[in-house]
Design a protein around this ligand. Structure first.
Ligand SMILES: *Cc1c(COP(=O)(O)O)cnc(C)c1O
Length: 402
């Protein structure tokens, strides 16, 4: 037990499908983390929009501890109280009538796509199987979801991809209109693309997709795995747009760091998933459900949701100021606390360099592609932590450009 793992052990024991930073965080509290040497970091990454309430939020710790002394796991041979409480809460807070629980975002999208195919199959016939998605989108890494995603570099080289999937341009209603027809069973879209570069949908795009889906009896799926659960200042981004999907997927901040996913839909659509059509061993696991219920209840508090806009404005002010100093950004975009700052051509594709320089200054950041800095902090990060983190980013940019 005296052995302490190091970053080199990643290269020794783990599959080389990631390239983690060289520091290993060992403890977190709110929007701060500490590494093995006790160095402190401000966290603007939030575990890729997962730690919506920061690290070790007291309400989540309490929910986990309490449930951990009752029952950890039952499988879906039984139901359990935390899963039912979570499902009731999500139904009461959203358009949905029914909830399917699983363990990740990819799994939630897999369920959504299968449900859409099955619904079309049962109500219209087997020919209605086309799925419309958009370039630069990200929907997960299962083979179906990665094929539906709009980034071929993630789906190529694994053999034949599932058929019946077409891709349009994001925020371009004209090409969507060409692709969506009576053979379309579903249109899947992120109301704000996260991995693809932090790009919000225009209201006209989502409204137009809703109309096209209605015209062709296709289901509209909103993938809110990254942009949902308070990130935009509403519990779900669809509420901000006033466009209601038929199926909504949620994960990431839903569990605040505990792996959980959810797919939500209406009574009418849900009924085609009869006993045996789909399942997940860990779906609705009591531990995950208890933590997610605590996260959803906390993030739904009006003070927490209202605080997102203030914090977002503070982030933007700092980014504008950095841009005045360094002239590095072409565009600062996003909504709420999912923000992106795209480098201009003269600064170049130096996202990874900025991440490394920021680590040296005690700041954790994200990128979304080679030339976009991405900010997905805790929704309850303090103004002081935002200021301090931005001072560290300033020093990192100064070192890089100096
Ligand atoms: C992260 C993400 C997923 C995949 O979620 P996992 O939990 O990694 O499976 C799907 N869709 C979007 C929009 C995401 O950001």
């Amino acid at each position: 037990m005296s052995w302490t793992p190091s970053r080199e052990d990643f290269d020794r024991y783990m599959l080389p499908n990631y390239s983690p930073q060289r520091v290993i965080p060992v403890r977190g509290e709110g929007s701060r983390l500490w590494d093995q040497q006790g160095r402190e970091y401000i966290d603007f990454a939030g575990g890729i929009a997962v730690n919506g309430l920061g690290h070790c939020h007291p309400k989540l710790v309490e929910a986990l501890r309490e449930q951990s002394e009752k029952v950890w796991h039952l499988a879906n041979v039984y139901t359990n109280e935390p899963a039912l409480r979570l499902a009731k809460s999500l139904v009461e807070k959203t358009f949905a009538d029914r909830v399917f629980l699983c363990s990740s975002g990819g799994e939630a999208n897999e369920a959504a796509l299968k449900l859409a195919r099955r619904y079309a199959h049962d109500t219209a016939g087997a020919h209605k199987d086309r799925i419309v998605s958009f370039r630069q989108s990200f929907h997960g890494r299962t083979f179906f979801t990665v094929s539906v995603g709009g980034q071929p570099k993630y789906s190529q080289g694994f053999g034949p991809v599932p058929g019946g999937i077409v891709h349009g341009e994001y925020n371009d209603l004209a090409t969507a209109r060409e692709l969506i027809n009576d053979d379309t069973c579903a249109v899947i879209v992120e109301p704000m693309q996260g991995e693809g570069g932090v790009t919000p949908a225009t209201p006209e795009f989502l409204e137009g997709l809703r109309q096209l889906c209605d015209d062709h009896a296709a289901l509209l799926i909103f993938d809110e795995v990254q942009c949902g659960v308070g990130r935009t200042g509403e519990l779900y981004a669809y509420m901000r747009y006033g466009v209601v999907p038929d199926i909504l997927t949620s994960a990431k901040a839903l569990g605040g760091g505990f792996p959980i996913g959810a797919m939500m839909t209406t009574e009418e659509i849900a009924r085609v998933f009869v006993v045996g059509t789909h399942g997940s061993t860990y779906g609705g696991n009591p531990l995950g459900s208890a933590v997610a219920l605590a996260a959803v209840e906390e993030i739904s508090r009006p003070e927490v949701l209202a605080g997102v806009a203030e914090r977002s404005a503070r982030f933007r002010q700092h980014l504008e100021a950095l841009n005045e100093t360094y002239g590095c950004f072409r565009e600062i975009r996003g909504m709420g606390l999912l923000l992106g700052a795209e480098f201009n051509a003269s600064f170049g594709e130096r996202g990874r360099d900025v991440l490394a320089a920021s680590i040296d200054e005690g700041l954790m950041l994200l990128v979304a592609g080679p030339n976009v800095l991405r900010f997905a902090p805790s929704l309850v990060i303090s103004p002081e932590e935002i200021d301090e983190g931005m001072a560290r980013l300033d020093r990192a940019l100064s070192t890089l450009t100096g």
